[in-house]
Design a protein around this ligand. Structure first.
Ligand SMILES: Nc1ncnc2c1ncn2[C@@H]1O[C@H](COP(=O)(O)OP(=O)(O)OP(=O)(O)O)[C@@H](O)[C@H]1O
Length: 261
């Protein structure tokens, strides 16, 4: 009997298996090195902030994890599944909210969600039930039959998160999800995702350049010019930069070097 490759991978139920493991990944665009030997982990049940200024390489990293680009060096595992060798098993455990908005504005909220569910092989009824359950949790059940065009920017983002969760992923990637949102919508969005980490044990990688979105219990990876400059707990990052304030730590880890470069 042939054993499918993914059956030999570590069990996703094993808490020791990180939701995401990136090891030694380099990516170039022509002569430009967008990522240089990047390694990082997102433990299950963690909120991990990928903190980096414009051009740090955050979107490139997301494109490699989701296989928009092929990773030709290093390795990327989602719940123990190699995205290159076991793409179906890896990608089915992954939900993603891209920087650009991707909902169909002319469809209703529910239609957008059910369409996504069917792409993941869910039946119409099951997709509908899952959508309503998640919309309820996100405080958006009353907007299910509204066209997406009529939602606010913050509500659209929340629907995109709901959509990313439809197929019950164990890893959620969000690429600067609060761009263009006001302070209250931004706070609501971060709270929605933190609640998910606490209640569901999902692993989250949240790419941002906004210090205020990071909390003291988060894990942090500082990325700058394609290289990981620091990673660890909030306290680890402060200790590494020898400061007691994250903004100052970030500037020290990134800004000084940017000036020197
Ligand atoms: N398709 C591409 N072709 C050439 N260069 C690219 C391409 N995509 C990204 N780059 C370059 O790679 C580097 C990393 O870009 P990337 O978009 O990954 O950064 P980012 O951290 O997501 O930035 P931002 O916060 O501005 O979105 C930048 O120097 C960028 O110009």
């Amino acid at each position: 009997m042939t054993v499918p490759l993914h059956d030999t991978a570590p069990s996703p139920a094993d808490p020791a298996v990180p939701a995401l493991a990136v090891q030694g990944v380099t990516h170039t665009f022509g002569a430009r090195r967008a990522l240089d030997d990047v390694s990082l982990d997102v433990p299950a049940g963690s909120f991990t902030a990928l903190l980096g200024p414009n051009g740090a390489g955050k979107t490139t990293l997301f494109s490699l994890i989701t296989r928009l680009y092929d990773n030709r060096s290093g390795a990327i595992h989602v719940l123990g599944y190699d995205v290159r060798r076991q793409p179906a098993a890896a990608l089915s455990r992954l939900g993603v909210v891209f920087q650009a908005r991707t909902l169909d504005l002319e469809l209703t909220v529910l239609e957008n969600l059910v369409y996504h569910a069917t792409l993941h092989g869910m039946g119409f009824g099951a997709g509908r039930r899952r959508a309503m359950e998640l919309l309820d949790g996100a405080g958006l059940a009353d907007r299910a039959k509204d066209k997406v065009r009529n939602l606010s920017g913050g509500q659209m983002r929340r629907v995109e998160i709901v959509r990313a969760l439809m197929h019950r992923p164990r890893l959620l990637l969000l690429d600067e999800p609060t761009v263009g949102l006001d302070i209250a919508s931004r706070a609501a969005l971060v709270a929605q995702v933190r609640e998910l980490v606490a209640s569901d044990g999902i692993g989250v990688l949240w790419a941002t350049h906004i210090i205020e979105e990071i909390g003291s219990g988060d894990r942090i990876v500082v990325l700058h010019r394609g290289r990981v400059r620091a990673r660890g707990s909030f306290e680890d990052i402060l200790a590494e930069a020898a400061t007691d304030e994250l903004g100052a730590a970030f500037l020290k880890l990134v800004g000084e070097e940017a000036e020197a470069a």
